[in-house]
Design a protein around this ligand. Structure first.
Ligand SMILES: Cc1cc2nc3c(=O)[nH]c(=O)nc-3n(C[C@H](O)[C@H](O)[C@H](O)COP(=O)(O)OP(=O)(O)OC[C@H]3O[C@@H](n4cnc5c(N)ncnc54)[C@H](O)[C@@H]3O)c2cc1C
Length: 277
């Protein structure tokens, strides 16, 4: 699907983060699975460029309509950040998608772990509605683990806290990476377990089990690269752990440096060349 979209609304969520509502210009509904992302082609003074964003549609008026809701944190010196954080309603973009494997499994496990850092929370927000029936029937325990800098950056804290109030089998844990343990100024929400440090360093209490658990990881590549080996050690594999890293787009014109060969690799290559010459 390739469509034209127009920016309709912008809201400031925290000092670094805003949410953006785009609407399909032709008024047709957007089809996607909760968790998927779209590629946006924007135009600035230098020309066209592409960035990926997960859909964060979760408000009841936008679950099945023509809206694309994004939650974006600004990146210093970032091209899309500059364009979007200065943008007024009316900004247009071309969008293709949906893409991505970070979706709910067809058959829900006993325990589902949704783990995110920062705006990696985006793909999980549309999943909340999709999980309601299973949570209501007690078919699944959901663990929503969110790593963020501090309480001011706990975006959608109220929405998640209300959801946890409604479903006792929805467990919400937030890890503040920049708050010292015991800081009395922490403001949080009801039904939230607060921890300190990186989310990947707060997993031991959960006693994860590859037989009963399914894990989705999204956001900062460092969190994912730290956590995945921990899970592998506990017996998890690619079938139980789906990863989506929010990597930066490649800079145009910058090529990866050539891979340096070891002396042994050079010797083997020389041998092969000799054989075929
Ligand atoms: C599948 C997917 C989904 C995503 N979903 C979201 C989302 O929902 N919300 C969200 O906020 N973000 C999301 N992202 C990230 C998003 O696509 C952009 O990368 C992000 O918004 C930054 O874009 P930018 O143009 O502002 O920054 P860029 O212009 O890309 O630059 C970012 C900064 O990093 C530097 N930089 C750029 N490339 C390199 C490089 N190769 N090496 C070293 N430094 C570099 C630049 O100088 C700049 O300071 C997603 C990414 C992926 C892959």
């Amino acid at each position: 699907m390739q469509v034209q979209v127009r920016l309709e609304r912008v809201r400031q969520l925290s000092s670094s983060t805003k949410d953006f509502r785009f609407v399909r210009v032709d008024g047709e509904p957007i089809t996607f699975l909760p968790g998927q992302f779209f590629r946006f082609v924007f135009t600035d003074q230098t020309g066209e460029f592409e960035r990926s964003y997960s859909l964060c549609n979760f408000e009841s008026d936008c679950l099945h309509g023509e809206f694309l809701d994004l939650v974006i944190s600004t990146v210093e010196g970032g091209r899309a950040s500059k364009l979007l954080f200065d943008a007024e309603p009316g900004l247009e973009a071309t969008v293709t998608g949906p893409f991505g494997r970070l979706v709910l499994p067809k058959k829900l496990p006993e325990r589902l772990f949704l783990i995110a850092t920062s705006v990696g929370i985006a793909p999980y927000m549309p999943m909340l509605d999709a999980l309601r029936d299973s949570l209501q029937q007690g078919d699944v325990e959901v663990y929503f683990l969110y790593g963020t800098r501090d309480a001011g950056e706990f975006v959608y804290g109220q929405v998640l806290s209300a959801f946890a109030e409604q479903y006792k089998n929805f467990h919400l844990m937030v890890c503040y990476s920049r708050i010292e343990h015991g800081d009395a100024s922490i403001v949080s929400h009801p039904n939230v377990t607060v921890r300190f440090g990186y989310v990947q360093n707060n997993m031991a209490v959960l006693k994860m089990n590859p037989v009963t658990d399914h894990v989705l990881l999204c956001g900062n590549p460092m969190m994912i690269d730290d956590l995945y080996p921990q899970l592998k050690q506990q017996g998890f594999g690619v079938r139980q752990v789906v990863r989506e890293k929010y990597v930066f787009a490649k800079r145009p014109g910058i090529k990866k440096p050539a891979v340096q060969m070891t002396a042994e690799q050079k010797r083997l290559l020389a041998e092969k060349m000799k054989k075929y010459s």
